[in-house]
Design a protein around this ligand. Structure first.
Ligand code: GLN
Length: 310
């Protein structure tokens, strides 16, 4: 028998087209990484995967895009598994209330980033992974491929290079943390790994599949392997809830009511623990760096289905 909530998703997905006609497409495509600017701002895709392995999609859901900071959820998961709770001595779990690339808090808090999802925190996580892995780039992309169940998920060299050429703020953050002894490896190696993680390309369908472990108690449903323990899956969702949208995390919680994570490529991933994972892509960003339409359509979906974690 079809689960009741699947019927709800079917109904709400059939309304997305008309809802989009009533939703502005405001904001700008990210331009501070020049290669990211070459994306058609009208693109729109969405894919929802349920724990019963049902799938609902709309629009450009199979087209790959730059996942950017959404990869921070995956790098945190891998680092948490490898480093365990000692991780929290080097990075916090508090919302920052600041822009993703802000430097000011880092100075006030002596080189300990507020959380793993602002850039400083994600760079710190990259440092942890560089310490643990023999071939960080290869091992990380293999980790992601196993979550998606596809061997052809890749970094985009063009985007990574473009970002490297303009990554002065990220370079400043790593150097600053290094001055406090909170970065253990070579600064260039950490930055190179970070830019590569941000450059990974996936479609909404692939992203929602990759994140299924966060709604399945830490288990990758494709392989039945444990990605993280159930307790750690809970904690990662908690950090997404509080920190996934930088200084717009409150707004996302208020309107959508799910843990989530955005990227400046215009993607958003949101998790309904024990129910579904949903990925959405619309490249125009609001002034906080989060997908303008993505936020609005996710709000529409949780409102229409009357389901959120609250
Ligand atoms: N690669 C981007 C950066 O480091 C990621 C930012 C984001 O997606 N919020 O600036």
């Amino acid at each position: 028998m079809q689960p009741k909530n699947s019927l709800d998703y079917h109904k709400v997905f059939s309304k997305i087209g008309s809802q989009l006609e009533h939703t502005d497409n405001l904001g700008e495509v990210a331009s501070y990484i020049p290669e990211l600017f070459n994306v058609d701002p009208k693109k729109f895709g969405i894919h929802l995967s349920t724990v019963e392995n049902r799938h609902f999609d709309y629009g450009d859901s199979k087209e790959r895009f730059s996942i950017q900071s959404i990869s921070k959820v995956l790098s945190l998961s891998m680092a948490f598994k490898l480093e365990g709770t000692a991780l929290w001595e080097r990075v916090g779990v508090e919302p920052s209330g600041n822009a993703f690339n802000s430097l000011s808090q880092l100075e006030l808090e002596c080189g300990i980033p507020r959380n793993p999802f602002i850039n400083a925190g994600a760079l710190l996580i990259c440092d942890v992974l560089v310490s643990h892995l023999t071939n960080p780039k290869e091992e990380f992309i293999d980790f992601v491929r196993a979550l998606v169940g596809k061997d052809n998920i890749n970094y985009c060299e063009r985007i990574a290079l473009s970002e490297k050429e303009h990554g002065f703020r990220n370079a400043a953050m790593v150097n600053f943390m290094k001055s406090y002894g909170n970065i253990k490896n070579d600064v260039e190696e950490v930055l190179d790994f970070y830019f590569n993680l941000c450059s990974i390309e996936m479609s909404c369908a692939e992203l929602s599949q990759a994140m299924m472990y966060l709604c399945s108690n830490g288990i990758n449903p494709l392989t039945n392997e444990e990605v993280v323990t159930p307790s750690r899956a809970k904690r990662i969702n908690a950090i997404m809830q509080l920190c996934g949208f930088y200084d717009e995390a409150g707004e996302f919680s208020f309107k959508v009511g799910l843990p989530g994570k955005s990227g400046v490529g215009g993607g958003i991933i949101a998790i309904h623990p024990k129910k579904y994972s949903i990925a959405i892509w619309s490249p125009r960003l609001n002034e906080k760096g989060n997908s303008y339409r993505g936020m609005k359509i996710l709000e529409f979906i949780t409102t229409q289905t009357k389901s959120s974690i609250f």
